[in-house]
Ligand binder design. Sequence first.
Ligand SMILES: Cc1cc2nc3c(=O)[nH]c(=O)nc-3n(C[C@H](O)[C@H](O)[C@H](O)COP(=O)(O)O)c2cc1C
Length: 262
Amino acid sequence: MIILDRERCIGCGLCAADCLSRAIRVENGKAEVYKDCFHCGHCVAICPAGAVRIEGGGYDMADVEPVGTGFGIDPETLLHAIRTRRSIRHFTTERPTRDQLRAILEAGRFSPTASNAQNVSYIVFDEQTEALRALAMRELRKLRESEEAFYAVFPPPMSLSRVNFDDDDFLFKGAPCVILNVSPHAVNAALAAASMEMETAALGLGALYVGFFTRLAAKSPALRDFLGLGAEDQVVTCLAVGCPAVEYLRTVPRKKAEIDWR
Ligand SMILES: Cc1cc2nc3c(=O)[nH]c(=O)nc-3n(C[C@H](O)[C@H](O)[C@H](O)COP(=O)(O)O)c2cc1C
């Protein structure tokens, strides 16, 4: 629920003008909420008097922090970080700490969602990664028996020869942790994952998107049961996370982007 502190409100109307739900209006020099909204929090963020808060519904005003001056990262630094991020496929035996995992999850939590639905949940494998790896490999190996079964899970251009069924660590590459983003909304979950991967890199850790796992999780009843997924739940992304055992000394080239300027 949006709460407007009438004492503090200076009636500037910034909250009303920025409210996508058009749930706030200014009357007699004071802003007031007159209908429900989807709690995007813009009114909290924009109010020069700090007169707006959100209460209930799982919100915590302790999350709110002053923005200060600007975004905090200059564009060159950000672009350099985006270019520098690499998929990590070799991990040390060192484990990320719980605080580091929490920081990665915070990056997901604060990522945007359509209509502010915040409908991405996270399954974090830290101590039980081995059980997940073993079950996932068992399910993957079942597909080796039949081309039809394999291509039902991994349609072409994927091919049987790309999967090393004999490697116990084919999926997670020995990463000690695995984070699954689960959502009925693929874009929301993927956007959260992109932020989480960047935070992982910023922490000096490494991550790998494991598309093989997400495809498997879509089709394997045993995996879905193990994960406790509902019918609508989709494992949209799987990030294997750990401490990198490789160091990349330069960025990589990419094809030119196809851009249609109009
Ligand atoms: C959605 C998605 C799924 C991926 N799945 C796998 C995977 O199952 N196994 C793997 O080794 N790499 C996987 N990758 C990593 C890509 O191969 C990698 O991003 C690409 O080769 C570019 O390398 P870079 O991430 O270092 O820039 C995946 C990447 C994405 C975005």
